[in-house]
Design a protein around this ligand. Sequence first.
Ligand SMILES: C[S@@+](CC[C@H](N)C(=O)[O-])C[C@H]1O[C@@H](n2cnc3c(N)ncnc32)[C@H](O)[C@@H]1O
Length: 240
Amino acid sequence: MRRQEAPYQEAMMRAPEARATEFHLPIKLADIADGDRILDCPAGGGYLRRYLKETGKKHRYIPFESKKAYAAFDKEMVLGDWLAMPFKEGSLDVMFSIAALHHLIGARDVFYREAHRVLSRPDGRLIIADVAEGTIAARWLDEFVGLRSSEGHHSEFLMEHAERTALENAGFMVRSYDIVPYSWNFPDLETARIFMKGLFRVDLATEPEMDAAIGDLLGFLPGPGVRIRWELAHVRADKT
Ligand SMILES: C[S@@+](CC[C@H](N)C(=O)[O-])C[C@H]1O[C@@H](n2cnc3c(N)ncnc32)[C@H](O)[C@@H]1O
């Protein structure tokens, strides 16, 4: 069944700062330089844009989407297939892929080869932030979202050995692979709950069930406000 996109957008608008760290950390890993041509793949609502601006570096930002419904949220969005990108060989310096690759089932090697093709040499770098096997984020998706969203949740989580091998086979040098813990931050519990419900399309859980699942599977960090624990694998792979 097709995942609805509007609740993702609504969640992001309801708590626009919630995922700030999720965008700041990959940007730091990328070492953005003046002149960088940057692809956000897939870009969702193009939320990375404002955080890239904060770097103060002169750059070109290209939001890219494979899904028409997401592309409708941003008038600059380039629509295309993320396994056959409409970009010339060596035409991009940085590619970000944030919170999306786990949706790509059985085709990550094709994605890595395509990323390698469009990135420039010698500075081209692929920056991935995504859900890895064995993490709290994977448990949340498998043990709660998959059961409490009428759309289910079909994922292939990152696995360090498999990703390293596939990236190296595609021609990358893996500079770093780390599981990075941080938090999603909200002013209060109600905003947090609405955000989590919308972002993950959890339409089959009551409010107490939501709160219990967040507490049990993810957990909270000390305030200010409400901080939900989250963690993603962060990968930097450089074109060789
Ligand atoms: C949560 S958005 C992430 C977008 C953006 N990088 C961000 O961090 O906000 C998930 C992305 O995965 C892609 N995707 C592919 N298959 C999907 C699926 N079955 N459900 C949801 N998203 C899917 C969409 O194109 C979408 O951009």
